[in-house]
Design a protein around this ligand. Structure first.
Ligand code: 9PG
Length: 688
C-alpha cells in the first residue's frame, strides 16, 4: 500500500476568492495570508495540521477561510474494503468494496421522503441530496482495509466542526482518493487559526483507534474503562410507546425470579405525557416515576430512563406554550426535526439549547429525573436535532459538541447512553453510545430499503453498523449495538436471524439489552439467553469480509474464538482455520469448510493443543468463557467458574494422549479416548 497527500486551500479577501493548491508540509505566503502546513511523524503514521493567519503587513484584511481539502491518493493491490462513518448513530455504516458506492435517497419516492421529513434525520439536510456521481461520503473517520493491515484517516478536531470525508474510487478497484474536508467557521481570521488537523495512521485496526483517540485527546469515561459489558432490559422493542408501570414490574419480577444477572432496567419512550413534557407522567405510570425507580433499585438493578431533551411534539404543552424556545426554519416558523405519526402525535420540533429558558427548563427536568426520581442511566435520544440549524459564526460540529457538554453537565453523576447523535460529538462525554439504527421486528424494512433511507429501522442495518463501528468500543465510549431479541412472540425474525443478532451484539457490544420478558421464554430460549452470562470483554478483534460474509477473530481472556457471520441471503461456504474447534451447536470439529445458510452464523472456540487445555463447554454462547481461573501443574488442574455463569452443563478439557486423566481441584477425573486426545468431562455443578 502506498499513499501521498496534498492540500488545497480556498479563502476570500474582501470577497475576492483565492486558491492555493498542492500544499505539502511547509510555509506559504500568499495574497493576504500566511499558511503553515505541518507534518509530525507518529509511531503508526503521521499527524497533519494546517493553520492560517493574516500575512505580515496585511493584518487589517481579515481573510475568510472557505474550503480546505486534504486529498489522500491511495493505491494497493490488496485494497479490500473502504469504510466511511455515517453521520449519526442510526446512519447506515459499513465497509464496502472499493468500487461499491451506496445508493442515494431515491427521488422517485420524494413525496414520501418529504412527508416524513426523512432528510432531517441525517446529513442530507445540510449536505444536500445530490452528491456528485461516482463517490461516497461520511464523517469524522475513514478506514481502508488492506488484508489485516488498515489505514485510518481521522479528524483530530471534530469538536471544532464536523469533517466530511469522501471516497472516489479508481476504476481499477485498487485505489482511489480520500478527500477530507473540515467544516469551517465563517468568522474572519484575525490571529493564527487552525483549519485542519488529522491523523493518518497505519497498522492493526485495534491499535489505530486507540492512537487516533489519544491524538484527538479523547479519554474514555471512567465508568466504562476496562469494564465488562452491561446487560439489562429496555422497554422499547416489545412494548414500544404503550409501555406501562405494570409491564416494567412484571419484567423486573421475572428477572428476579429467574435469578438473572442483568444490571439495568431502562424505561424507554412512552412514560411521558408527550415528548417534551417530561415533568408530566402518563397515567399508565400511576405512582409517578420515583417509586418505580425505587422498586428497581430495591430489586438490585439500576433504573434507566429515556428522554429526548432537544425535541418536543407539536401537541406538547412545551411547544404550545413556548414556540419561541425552538429553532426557526427559513420561513421563520419553528423547525421540525421529523414527523412521527406512528409512536407520537405527528411532527416534532427542535429546541434551541442556547436559549436561557430552555437551559433552565432542561436543568429542572434533569434535576428531577436524576436527583428526585433517582434514575442512574439516562438514554438521551434524537440529539442530532440540536444542530438542525446553527447561528452565524458557529460550525455545526462545534454547536453539537456544546450541546453535548451541556447534556453531560446537567446529567450530574448519572450515566449517559447517547442515541441519535453524531458519534465524535458524544466521544468522552457519554458512557455508552448507540452505534447503529434500530433493530426491527423483521430482518429488513423493504420499503425503507427501496428508498435508501440510511437512518431506517432495520435489523440488517443495525448489524452492519454493529460490525463496522466496532473499533470505537472502549475507545470513545462503550458501544451499544441496540437490542437482541430471542422471544417467539411479537417478532417475525426467524431463529437463525435472532441468533445472528444475539451473537453479533455479544461479540461487539458493551451494552447488551433485550426487550424480552425472560419470564415468558420457553426452557430452550431461556437456556440460550443464559448462555451469554458471564458477559466478558472481547479483545483483539479482527474482521475479514467478503461481500457481507464476515470472519471474526477475537479473544476472551486467553481463549480464542472464530465467528462466521453470513448477512447475505444465500448460503455460503466459509473456511474455519486449521486445528481443533468446539462449536456450541456443532461440538468438536476440525478446521476447513463450514457451510452457513443465509442470515445465519456460528461461533467456535479454538481448542489449545499444548498440555491440558480448555476444550469447550455446554450451555455457553462462547464455550469455555465461564471459566474464570484456570491453572495447570503437571496433571493437576485448579479452576473456578464465574458466579455469573447461570447455565448448567459440562466443561471439557483436552488432555494430550499420554495423560489418561487429571485431578480437578483435587478430585481425580479419567479422560475418554478421542483418537488423538483424551477428553475430560466435568459437570459445572462440581465447580460451584
Ligand atoms: C423511541 C425510540 C427508541 C429507539 C431510538 C429511537 O424515524 N427514524 O428514523 C427513527 C429512527 C429511530 C428511532 C425512531 C425513529 O428510534 O433509536 O431505541 O428509543 O427512538 O421513540
Amino acid at each position: 500500500m502506498e499513499y501521498n497527500w496534498n492540500i488545497a486551500f480556498t479563502y476570500t479577501l474582501a470577497n475576492e476568492p483565492f486558491e492555493l493548491g498542492s500544499l505539502g508540509a511547509g510555509t506559504v505566503f500568499a495574497e493576504g495570508v500566511r499558511v503553515v502546513t505541518e507534518k509530525q511523524e507518529r509511531s503508526t503514521g503521521e499527524e497533519i495540521q494546517l493553520s492560517a493567519e493574516p500575512a505580515p503587513g496585511a493584518e487589517g484584511l481579515f481573510p475568510v477561510a472557505r474550503k480546505v481539502q486534504l486529498t489522500v491518493s491511495v493505491r494497493g493491490s490488496d485494497l479490500e474494503g473502504v469504510m466511511l462513518n455515517g453521520y449519526q448513530s442510526w446512519t447506515e455504516t459499513r465497509e464496502r468494496d472499493p468500487g461499491d458506492l451506496p445508493r442515494r435517497l431515491r427521488s422517485l419516492f420524494r413525496p414520501w421522503i418529504n412527508k416524513y421529513l426523512l432528510r432531517r434525520y441525517g446529513d442530507a439536510w445540510f449536505t444536500g441530496d445530490h452528491f456528485p456521481r461516482g463517490e461516497y461520503h461520511g464523517f469524522s473517520w475513514a478506514l481502508l482495509r488492506f488484508g489485516s493491515h488498515s489505514l485510518l484517516l481521522g479528524g483530530l478536531s471534530e469538536n471544532g466542526g464536523f469533517s466530511r470525508i469522501r471516497w472516489k474510487p479508481e476504476a481499477s478497484g485498487r485505489g482511489g482518493k480520500l478527500i477530507f474536508e473540515p467544516e469551517l467557521s465563517e468568522a474572519p481570521i484575525s490571529g493564527v487559526r487552525q483549519l485542519l488537523h488529522v491523523a493518518l495512521l497505519q497498522g492493526r485496526e485495534e491499535e489505530l483507534f486507540h492512537q487516533w483517540a489519544a491524538l484527538a485527546g479523547i479519554s474514555l469515561p471512567e465508568a466504562v474503562r476496562g469494564a465488562s459489558p452491561v446487560s439489562g432490559w429496555t422497554s422499547w422493542y416489545d412494548y414500544y410507546e404503550k409501555v406501562t408501570e405494570k409491564d416494567v414490574l412484571k419484567v423486573l419480577d421475572s428477572w428476579g425470579r429467574l435469578n438473572l444477572p442483568g444490571t439495568c432496567m431502562q424505561i424507554d419512550d412512552g412514560w411521558q405525557h408527550r415528548v417534551g413534557d417530561w415533568l408530566k407522567v402518563k397515567d399508565t405510570f400511576p405512582r409517578g416515576m420515583g417509586p418505580l425507580a425505587e422498586d428497581i433499585r430495591r430489586a438490585g438493578r439500576e433504573p434507566g430512563l429515556w428522554l429526548a431533551p432537544f425535541v418536543a411534539e407539536e401537541a406538547s404543552e412545551l411547544f404550545q406554550d413556548h414556540r419561541d424556545w425552538f429553532l426557526l426554519g427559513k420561513n421563520g416558523e419553528p423547525l421540525a426535526a421529523g414527523y412521527n405519526p406512528f409512536n407520537w402525535s405527528g411532527r416534532f420540533y427542535a429546541l434551541d439549547y442556547r436559549h436561557p429558558d430552555v437551559r433552565n427548563y432542561l436543568r429542572r427536568v434533569f434535576k428531577t429525573v436524576v436527583g428526585e426520581w433517582g434514575f442512574r442511566l439516562l438514554k438521551l435520544d434524537f440529539l442530532y436535532a440540536a444542530v438542525l440549524d446553527v447561528p452565524h459564526g458557529y460550525t455545526r460540529g462545534g454547536a453539537m459538541r456544546e450541546a453535548m457538554e451541556f447534556i453531560r453537565e446537567i446529567s450530574a453523576d448519572a450515566r449517559i447512553l447517547g442515541c441519535g447523535v453524531p458519534l465524535l460529538s458524544a466521544a468522552g462525554l457519554v458512557d455508552y453510545c448507540r452505534i447503529g439504527g434500530d433493530v426491527g421486528l423483521s430482518w429488513e424494512d423493504r420499503r425503507l430499503e427501496a428508498l435508501a433511507y440510511p437512518e431506517r429501522v432495520s435489523t440488517l442495518n443495525s448489524l452492519r453498523n454493529c460490525i463496522s463501528r466496532r473499533g470505537l468500543d472502549g475507545v470513545l465510549f462503550g458501544n451499544d449495538p441496540d437490542v437482541f431479541i430471542l422471544r417467539d412472540w411479537n417478532c417475525s425474525l426467524k431463529e437463525p436471524e435472532k441468533y445472528t443478532l444475539f451473537l453479533c451484539n455479544n461479540i461487539f457490544g458493551s451494552l447488551l439489552f433485550t426487550s424480552d420478558d425472560p419470564g415468558m421464554y420457553t426452557a430452550e430460549t431461556l437456556a440460550l439467553f443464559r448462555s451469554a452470562f458471564p458477559m466478558r470483554r472481547k479483545e483483539h478483534l479482527s474482521v475479514d469480509r467478503i461481500g457481507e460474509r464476515y470472519q471474526v477473530r477475537f479473544s476472551i481472556g486467553r481463549l480464542q474464538y472464530t465467528a462466521l457471520i453470513n448477512l447475505e441471503e444465500r448460503h455460503h461456504r466459509f473456511e474455519l482455520p486449521p486445528g481443533l474447534h468446539y462449536g456450541a451447536a456443532t461440538g468438536f470439529r476440525r478446521g476447513g469448510e463450514v457451510e452457513l445458510k443465509g442470515r445465519s452464523s456460528a461461533c467456535f472456540l479454538a481448542v489449545g493443543d499444548e498440555g491440558i487445555s480448555i476444550a469447550g463447554s455446554t450451555g455457553q454462547l462462547f464455550p469455555g468463557s465461564e471459566i474464570e481461573r484456570f491453572q495447570v501443574q503437571d496433571d493437576e488442574v485448579s479452576m473456578e467458574i464465574s458466579p455469573e455463569a447461570v447455565c448448567e452443563g459440562e466443561i471439557y478439557l483436552r488432555l494430550p494422549m499420554h495423560l489418561k486423566g487429571c485431578t480437578i481441584n483435587g478430585t481425580p477425573f479419567t479422560g475418554e479416548d478421542k483418537v488423538d486426545f483424551n477428553l475430560v468431562v466435568i459437570p459445572k455443578s462440581h465447580l460451584r
